[in-house]
Design a protein around this ligand. Structure first.
Ligand code: UTP
Length: 267
């Protein structure tokens, strides 16, 4: 069973400057709640019991958000206004935090979770990717496949050819509709992408990933890429890719963020 999940939220958010100088992308509001709240809800609804959120010096608002607020609760109670916090209840999962000193890449961020993870397979949810699953939560779709196939599982999305250079792209053998066994994976291919199947922000990984993360050298953008560790892992372990059944919104892209807000009805 997958009981632990890692949420890396220590990136600089450069595509969303200047607002990300003071408001982390992961705290962008969607219907009154920050994006990362939806990610914690998705994890909790999928059976995750322990979360590690990776933050950085400028992201203390994320830690504050998930803390108890006894003063506020007391004031609301004295005014009989407890209902105002009701739709913002934090799911009952155990949350801890670790700081990534420098945003050296997603691979570097995940390597900080080694002690937290221990010996069991774990989930990774990127908090700037909001996935509204059609039948089940995005990460639950992967967890269910993990139970069936016992390998690593990553989420995929079909994207237009001109966009593939912005993603990790897989080469895989189709096993059943929308499920692939990975043969290769390339981060941000500059030319000749191996398919139109791009990696999006949900993963189930075996703890062997940490061994491969140690071997990775800076790749695309000079960053330690999780994709490069997965590529090394493919030499030994199976990894499946699943085209997620649902809609994915990258809130780092203003048009997708606006679509998401419209879908919920307010900021
Ligand atoms: P992104 O690349 O989408 O976010 O990383 P970013 O780096 O913050 O944004 P840009 O590219 O500069 O605009 C996906 C997720 O991984 C986290 C980010 O916070 C984001 O939620 N991340 C990325 C880390 O935790 N550490 C890193 O070193 C890089």
């Amino acid at each position: 069973m997958i009981k632990k999940a890692v949420i890396p939220a220590a990136g600089y958010g450069t595509r969303n400057l200047p607002i990300t100088k003071v408001i982390p992308k992961e705290m962008f509001p969607i219907n009154g709640k920050p994006a990362i709240h939806y990610i914690v809800e998705e994890a909790a609804a999928s059976g995750i019991e322990e979360l590690l959120i990776i933050v950085s010096r400028s992201k203390n608002s994320i830690i504050d958000y998930f803390d108890d607020s006894p003063e506020l609760e007391a004031i609301l109670e004295s005014k009989n206004k407890q209902h105002l916090l009701q739709n913002a209840q934090i799911p009952k999962v155990h949350i801890q935090f670790v700081r990534q000193p420098r945003a050296n890449g997603l691979g570097d961020a995940i390597s900080l979770a080694k002690r937290f993870v221990g010996n069991d397979s774990f989930a990774v949810l990127l908090p700037d990717d909001i996935i509204l699953g059609k039948e089940k939560a995005g990460i639950l779709e992967l967890i269910d496949l993990y139970k069936q196939y016992k390998g690593n599982v990553i989420a995929l999305k079909e994207v237009n050819e001109d966009e593939l250079k912005n993603y990790g792209v897989i080469n895989g053998e189709e096993m059943e509709e929308s499920l692939y066994l990975l043969k290769d994976i390339i981060e941000k291919p500059e030319s000749s992408p191996p398919s139109n199947l791009a990696v999006i922000g949900r993963y189930i990984l075996s703890p062997s990933i940490f061994k491969y993360l140690e071997q990775v050298i800076p790749g695309a953008g000079g960053e330690y890429q999780l994709t490069d560790a997965i590529k090394l892992m493919l030499q030994q372990d199976n990894c499946f890719g699943k085209v997620i059944n649902g809609q994915r919104y990258d809130i780092g892209k203003m048009d997708e963020y606006l679509q998401l807000i419209n879908r919920f009805g307010s900021v």
